[in-house]
Design a protein around this ligand. Structure first.
Ligand SMILES: [Zn+2]
Length: 427
């Protein structure tokens, strides 16, 4: 029927002209428009609609998770005609060639600059997470997103917050399918500093496309807290005392370090530390100061007249008197475990050195008429001219000079005459 009618001479009859009977009996065609563009007429508009639907379904199948539509509007205009010219093949070609797909997207803005189009808000959130994850572990990020993480324990460091240096916003829109980015593409656009111009702003388009800065569009700002314990050094206090001779000192109280707990906050920008601050400081244990006594008493060069035993313990192995046909001028002391030889009274060293049969010998003038002699020392600790106080170390007991074993030969003289040491000292 249709085909036969098509060969008639009159091809088109205007709608609205003629009788109602004539119109209703005439065949109907549909003019197809893509936006304002007339692409042909078809007898069966359902065929076109179904083609449109299939193409869309196929595209959506190829782009999982995306809501697609056509950028262009396809419309139909009905007309009664006398003769039908079927152009469905042309129309299908036009659908193929002229239609473009549009996707519902979320446009991501960093600091007001459009950066990428993501198929969903969820994907856009993934972009932000991925940028943060360059600097923070996934489990740390999760803890932060669940709320404020608990403060670290002693010896622990914890990421407390991760943020971006500029606001990130989103806006829903529709763009051509080819302008949709993957999460990976969007992340690299943010990190490599590649914004793109808004499709609505023509002026920045060229510059925007060409611009590629080295800096990321946004910095990741991370805050961490560390709780640590450190030692508080103890102070040393010096106290003068005339109980001790000048040059002498004594620890009256041992010092001991204290301990304190610190909470330190550090801020990093793109992994680089930019700030460190101690935000809490608590003393766990106070330090104990060390007290050192320092002697002020002047060392007297004049003796007291009272002598002390010149060795540390020991016994008398030989007294003063005749011995082997000679006169033994002093006493011999031996049998000590500590071989320190001490000045018997305050005085001044008038001789310190090796002297024939005495071996290493020290002579102290006590400035009150007394002089003491110490002989056979293995080593001497004082120098001639030095003031020594009662009990000060003169040297070490030995067996230098004419000696038969380790011992101290000790003599006391008063105004040039020998005294019996045992009249003054005893072991
Ligand atoms: Zn002797």
């Amino acid at each position: 029927m249709w085909k036969k009618l098509a060969v008639t001479a009159i091809s088109v009859v205007s709608v609205g002209v003629g009788t109602a009977y004539a119109e209703s009996s005439l065949p109907t065609v549909y003019h197809v428009y893509i936006d304002e563009h007339h692409v042909g007429m078809v007898e069966n508009q359902a065929e076109v609609k179904s083609e449109l639907r299939e193409r869309l379904e196929e595209a959506e199948a190829n782009h999982e998770g995306m809501e697609l539509s056509y950028m262009e509007e396809v419309s139909f205009e009905e007309q009664k005609v006398l003769s039908v010219k079927d152009e469905s093949s042309n129309v299908m070609d036009s659908l193929q060639n002229e239609l473009t797909f549009a996707a519902d997207v979320v446009r991501l803005y960093v600091n007001g600059e459009p950066v990428a189009h993501l198929p969903s808000e969820e994907k856009a959130e993934q972009v932000i997470e991925s940028v943060k994850k360059e600097y923070v572990e996934e489990d740390e990020l999760e803890e932060i997103e669940e709320g404020t993480p608990e403060l670290p324990d002693v010896g622990e460091t914890k990421v407390m917050d991760v943020g971006l240096s500029a606001p990130v916003t989103m806006e829903e829109d529709q763009v051509m399918l080819s302008q949709v980015h993957t999460v990976e593409e969007a992340v690299s656009r943010v990190e490599e500093g590649r914004p793109f111009p808004s499709p609505h702003s023509e002026t920045t388009s060229f510059i925007g496309m060409m611009a590629k800065s080295q800096k990321p569009l946004v910095d990741v700002v991370l805050t961490e807290k560390e709780r640590k314990e450190e030692t508080i050094p103890h102070k040393v206090q010096m106290k003068k005392t005339d109980e001790l001779f000048k040059g002498e000192s004594e620890v009256k109280q041992e010092g001991e370090g204290g301990r304190r707990e610190l909470l330190v906050e550090r801020t990093y920008r793109n992994g680089e530390e930019i700030k460190e601050e101690t935000i809490e400081k608590e003393v766990v244990k106070e330090p104990v100061k060390e007290i050192v006594l320092q002697g002020t008493k002047k060392v007297p060069s004049e003796g007291t007249g009272d002598f002390i035993w010149p060795a540390v313990g020991g016994e008398i192995t030989s007294k003063q008197g005749k011995r082997w046909g000679r006169y033994h001028k002093g006493i011999d002391i031996a049998g000590v475990s500590d071989k320190t030889i001490k000045a018997a009274d305050h005085g001044k060293v008038v001789e310190a050195g090796y002297r024939n049969s005495f071996g290493n010998k020290v002579v102290v003038d006590h400035g009150n008429g007394y002089e003491t002699i110490y002989a056979h020392l293995s080593s001497i600790d004082v120098k001639k001219g030095q003031t020594v106080k009662k009990g000060e170390k003169l040297g070490v007991m030995g067996t230098t000079g004419r000696s038969t074993g380790v011992h101290l030969h000790f003599e006391i003289h008063k105004k040039g005459s020998l005294e019996n040491p045992l009249s003054h000292v005893s072991p």
